[in-house]
Design a binder for this molecule. Structure first.
Ligand SMILES: [Zn+2]
Length: 334
C-alpha cells in the first residue's frame, strides 16, 4: 500500500466530516472574539523602546513601524495604513525629539504599511523602497484604497495620497544618520517581491519587512515561491541580531523566527500534498484546521490563506507577480 503523504501529515483527514465540523465550531467562536476586538482604536498601539535610540510602534489591530531617533534626524520604517495612523506615530516621535524626519523606508507594498506616507512627506522625508515594491505600489494603489476597511475605522479614504519613493534600491543600501549606520537588505522575495529588511547593527535589531510575521497568519497570496520564502527566512538568520521587529505581531526573538519558518513549512507541505493527491479544496479546508496556530493573530484568515496557496500550487499563478522581478541578488540556487 502506498502511504498517502497528505494522510500521514493529517491523520484526521480520513474522518474529514468530523474534522470539518470541529473546524467550523472553532472558527465561529473566533469570529465572535474577532468582532469584539477588531480594530482597537489607536490607544491600543504601544510605542516601545528597543534600544536607547530605536523604537517599535506595536499595533495589534493594525501594522507596526520602527523609528530610529538621532540628533541629525529620524528614520521611520513603514507609515501605517492611513494618514490618521501616521499622525499618531508622528506625535509619538515628537514627544521625544524635534529633529527632522530624514528618511522613510517603505519595506513592502501592502497598503497597511505605506498609506500614511503623506504625513511624513509633509515633514520633508526622503522615501526609499525596493524597485519591485515601487512597481506594485503603483499597480495596486487604487485597489488598496478601495479595499482597506477605512469606513469601519472611521477614516476618510480620500485622505490617502500616493507618495512614491524618491530613491530605489535593488540589493543593498547603507544609510548614515548621525553616528548610526542603517542597512537595507534584499534577500529575495519572501512574502512579497521587494520585501526589505532594515538592519540596525548598533542595536542588533532587524526589521523584517513582510518576510517574517510574529505569531501571525501572514497573507500567503503574494509570494512567487514558498521555497524561496523559506530560504529568505533561513538567510535572515545569518544577520547578527537579537531582536526582530515584524510588520505584524509583537517584538520577536530568533525562536519566534524559527517558529514562523516552521509554520510556513507546515502550510507548504500540507497544501502541496493535498494538491498532489487531488484532495478537493473544501475537504482540505475542513481538514487543515491547524489548531496549533489557532491563537496566532489573523487565524480568521486561515481559509483565505489556504485557498490562495491551493490555487497557486494548482495553477502556478499567484494573485500578483512583479513583471520582470529580480531574483535574489546572491542568486541563491535551489
Ligand atoms: Zn500588513
Amino acid at each position: 500500500m502506498i502511504m498517502s503523504r497528505y494522510l500521514a501529515l493529517h491523520p484526521t483527514a480520513s474522518n474529514s466530516a468530523m474534522a470539518s465540523k470541529q473546524g467550523t465550531i472553532v472558527i465561529a467562536g473566533l469570529l465572535i472574539i474577532a468582532a469584539i476586538s477588531i480594530w482597537p482604536r489607536d490607544a491600543a498601539a504601544e510605542f516601545q523602546q528597543v534600544a536607547p535610540d530605536l523604537f517599535f510602534n506595536y499595533d495589534f489591530g493594525g501594522s507596526n513601524s520602527a523609528v530610529l531617533i538621532t540628533d541629525e534626524g529620524v528614520l521611520v520604517v513603514d507609515t501605517r495604513m492611513h494618514p490618521d495612523d501616521a499622525e499618531l506615530l508622528l506625535a509619538e516621535i515628537r514627544k521625544r525629539t524635534d529633529a527632522p524626519i530624514r528618511y522613510v523606508v517603505n519595506s513592502q507594498f501592502h497598503g497597511d504599511h505605506y498609506m500614511g506616507n503623506v504625513v511624513f512627506q509633509r515633514e520633508g522625508a526622503i522615501f526609499i523602497a525596493h524597485t519591485d515594491t515601487q512597481t506594485v505600489i503603483k499597480e495596486r494603489f487604487q485597489y488598496e484604497v478601495e479595499t482597506r476597511p477605512f469606513a469601519a475605522r472611521g477614516q476618510d479614504p480620500d485622505a490617502v495620497v500616493l507618495v512614491l519613493p524618491d530613491i530605489l534600491f535593488d540589493s543593498r543600501m547603507v544609510l548614515q544618520l548621525g553616528d548610526r549606520t542603517i542597512e537595507l537588505i534584499y534577500l529575495g522575495a519572501g512574502q512579497n517581491e521587494g520585501d526589505t529588511l532594515v538592519y540596525f547593527p548598533h542595536a542588533r535589531a532587524l526589521h523584517t519587512g513582510g518576510a517574517f510575521h510574529n505569531r501571525s497568519w501572514a497573507n500567503t497570496s503574494y509570494t512567487p515561491s514558498f521555497e524561496g520564502w523559506i530560504d529568505v527566512l533561513l538567510a535572515m538568520k545569518d544577520i547578527d541580531a537579537d531582536t526582530y521587529l515584524p510588520p505584524h505581531g509583537p517584538l520577536a526573538t530568533i525562536e519566534d523566527v524559527d517558529a514562523f519558518t516552521q509554520f510556513i513549512r507546515e502550510l507548504t507541505a500540507s497544501v502541496s500534498a493535498a494538491v498532489e493527491e487531488g484532495v478537493p479544496l473544501d475537504e482540505m479546508l475542513g481538514t487543515l484546521v491547524f489548531d496549533q496556530y489557532s491563537d496566532w493573530r489573523g487565524y480568521e484568515r486561515r481559509e483565505r490563506n489556504l485557498t490562495a496557496m491551493y490555487e497557486f500550487m494548482s495553477t502556478g499563478e499567484a494573485q500578483f507577480f512583479v513583471p520582470g522581478a529580480r531574483a535574489a541578488p546572491a542568486s541563491r540556487e535551489r
